[in-house]
Design a protein around this ligand. Structure first.
Ligand code: ADP
Ligand code: ADP
Length: 228
């Protein structure tokens, strides 16, 4: 069964029609890279998948749960992790506290179990030794890896990435992309807005091209790169 179904999704900001009928079916384990000019609705579309931007037309179903208004909002958000361009960590919490916050508050996981799992995730993204530091003491690449670990701590079925490397210095981009590649290899379903065409070519199962609020092409890296 598909993990994400979007049917004719519409989104307005006032009079501005940001999404003009976006339809997409994503199957578990697919890595979908979203490409397109600035302002074409890429960010808005992935934000509708976890209702950060509520859609105002059409239908979105995540893992069988329809996302309508505020109904099912929490249930869907628990299944969907999101990583932003600007890491959005809590500055007054340590790295490990950033990661254990949602599992202990939302999932009611015990503190000990959340910390054990948090350290395991930090090891997986290669920054276990930073666990007790504060975000401002870390490089941008390290902060973004914390943000990925924090999202994974809720055991999401889908991960959304909104230009995850766009705010990073070149030498830090690779370390974040490598973590994302590992996730993809591990079978995570991912929607990734990025300008990193190397990542798209190597990792994506599908390439979606957005323009003016619609999907203008839905293809694969093989087809795209072999028939330019
Ligand atoms: P992209 O990610 O492709 O650069 P966005 O989805 O961020 O595009 O934005 C699509 C369009 O919607 C842009 O014209 C943007 O200015 C507009 N937009 C996005 N968010 C808002 C908002 N909160 N209020 C008004 N307009 C918005
Ligand atoms: P991106 O293209 O990465 O989404 P933007 O700079 O377009 O980044 O948007 C950053 C934030 O500002 C988002 O939360 C978006 O919803 C909001 N935003 C974008 N365009 C507008 C706008 N015209 N009016 C109000 N908010 C906007």
């Amino acid at each position: 069964d598909p993990i994400i179904v979007a049917r004719d999704v519409q989104k307005h900001f006032g009079n501005f029609h940001a999404l003009r009928g976006v339809s997409l079916t994503v199957h578990p384990g697919q890595v979908v890279v979203i490409i397109g000019p600035s302002g074409s609705g890429k960010s808005t579309f992935i934000r509708t998948i976890n209702a950060l931007d509520p859609h105002d037309g059409g239908e979105i179903v995540v893992d069988g749960i329809p996302l309508n208004g505020t109904r099912n909002l929490d249930a869907v958000r628990r299944e969907v992790g999101m990583v932003f361009q600007s890491f959005n960590l809590f500055p007054h919490l340590t790295v490990l506290e950033n990661i254990t916050l949602a599992p202990t508050r939302v999932r009611k996981t015990s503190k000990a179990e959340a910390e054990r799992r948090g350290l395991e995730l930090l090891r997986r993204v290669g920054i276990e030794e930073q666990a007790h530091k504060y975000p401002a003491q870390l490089s941008g690449g390290q902060q973004q890896r914390v943000a990925i670990a924090r999202a994974l701590a809720m055991d999401p079925k889908v991960m959304l990435f909104d230009e995850p490397t766009s705010a990073l210095d070149p030498e830090m981009i690779k370390e974040v992309l490598d973590v994302m590649k590992d996730l993809a290899r591990g079978g995570m379903t991912m929607l990734v807005v990025t300008h990193e065409m190397g990542f798209a070519r190597e990792v994506a199962d599908r390439l979606l091209f957005f323009d003016a609020g619609t999907i203008v092409e839905d293809t694969t890296p093989e087809a795209f790169y072999n028939n330019p």
